[in-house]
Design a binder for this molecule. Structure first.
Ligand code: PSU
Ligand code: MN
Length: 301
């Protein structure tokens, strides 16, 4: 890929030297969290990655360029802009052709990360198969199936159909790894009752699986799911009530398609009086640390 791809000097140097780099998405900044928490978390995730001796590479589309590695002012722009397009893979050619700005989802971000040569990515939760019967399946799933990037997340939110999401990944051949867990985590809570393909407990084990896939020429992504830290977990009963109310409200207001995830997240934050935000922040920081350690293990000779 050439064209509109633009790496920051820092990211370019790290990649050329074979050092560890961790890619980050920007939809969570622009649409997933309220200001000013979004900006604080974006900065903190970058700082945590640096503490672990890796280079952060936050991804977004700015003036039609696919940007990998943002300045402080650019992070602030994404965190404060009143309207910024949520860009998944199908939106990439549109926003590039129009020289627009966009906050990239997991799908768009890992697409760009792979073009840049980055192998490890951290986020909060991936999109998945929605519960409604409206055939809403996140582009994150097919893109994971065709993009050789390891995605560290806290599972997927229980606003989704987690069983169907895992079945979809199995059909597509994407390994689902539990990091310190035998169960697929459910974002705000540590457990879903659904098993992962394998449990690992160290970054080196993750690196070994990623390397083995690469050596065999497999071109799929790897999903690495780490549960939210125990002290920030939401009580399951409170969460179930908030999710039920969010889904009912979305239905009543006719909110669907790509507006669905941001709306449900806002509604749940309101219903749980910010407890969901606390969990969201804790798991994002935890995932940044784990992703950095995996990237360092992968970069080791
Ligand atoms: N999950 C979160 N917070 C988020 C998202 C997911 O906890 O902000 C964002 C991610 O960027 C993800 C996108 O890639 O939502 C999925 O949206 P959709 O379901 O429209 O594909
Ligand atoms: Mn969708």
């Amino acid at each position: 890929m050439s064209g509109p791809l633009r790496l920051s000097k820092e990211v370019k140097m790290a990649l050329e030297a074979g050092r560890a780099v961790v890619a980050l998405e920007s939809t969570v900044i622009a649409h997933g969290l309220p200001y000013p928490i979004n900006l604080e978390v974006a900065r903190r995730m970058e700082a945590i990655i640096r503490q672990h001796k890796a280079t952060p590479a936050t991804i977004a589309v700015l003036d039609g360029q696919l940007r990998v590695g943002l300045t402080e002012a650019e992070l602030e722009h994404l965190a404060t802009a009143k309207t910024i397009r949520k860009v998944s893979q199908r939106d990439l050619p549109i926003v590039v052709a129009r020289r627009g700005d966009g906050a990239t989802t997991v799908a768009a971000s890992i697409t760009i990360a792979a073009w840049a040569g980055i192998q490890v990515f951290a986020t909060g939760g991936i999109g998945g198969v929605h519960r409604s019967a409206s055939f809403d399946i996140s582009n994150d799933l097919p893109t994971l199936a065709s993009t050789p990037v390891a995605v560290v997340c806290a599972g997927a939110k229980s606003i989704l159909d987690l069983r169907a999401t895992l079945e979809w990944l199995e059909t597509a051949g994407v390994p689902v790894i539990g990091y310190g867990t035998d169960e697929f985590p459910a974002f705000y809570t540590r457990r879903s009752g659904l098993p992962v393909d394998v449990r690992i407990d160290t970054p080196e084990e993750a690196a070994a699986i990623i390397r083995a896939g690469r050596q065999m020429g497999l071109t799929r992504g790897t999903l690495i799911a780490a549960p939210v830290p125990a002290e920030a977990e939401l009580p399951a009963d409170r969460l179930d009530a908030a999710i039920a109310s969010a889904l009912a409200e979305a239905e009543a207001r006719g909110i669907e398609r790509n507006a669905s995830t941001p709306f449900l997240l806002r509604w749940i934050a309101r219903q749980t009086e910010g407890a969901s935000l606390k969990a969201n922040v804790a798991l994002l920081e935890n995932n940044a640390a784990i992703a950095a350690q995996i990237a360092v293990a992968l970069a080791a000779p």
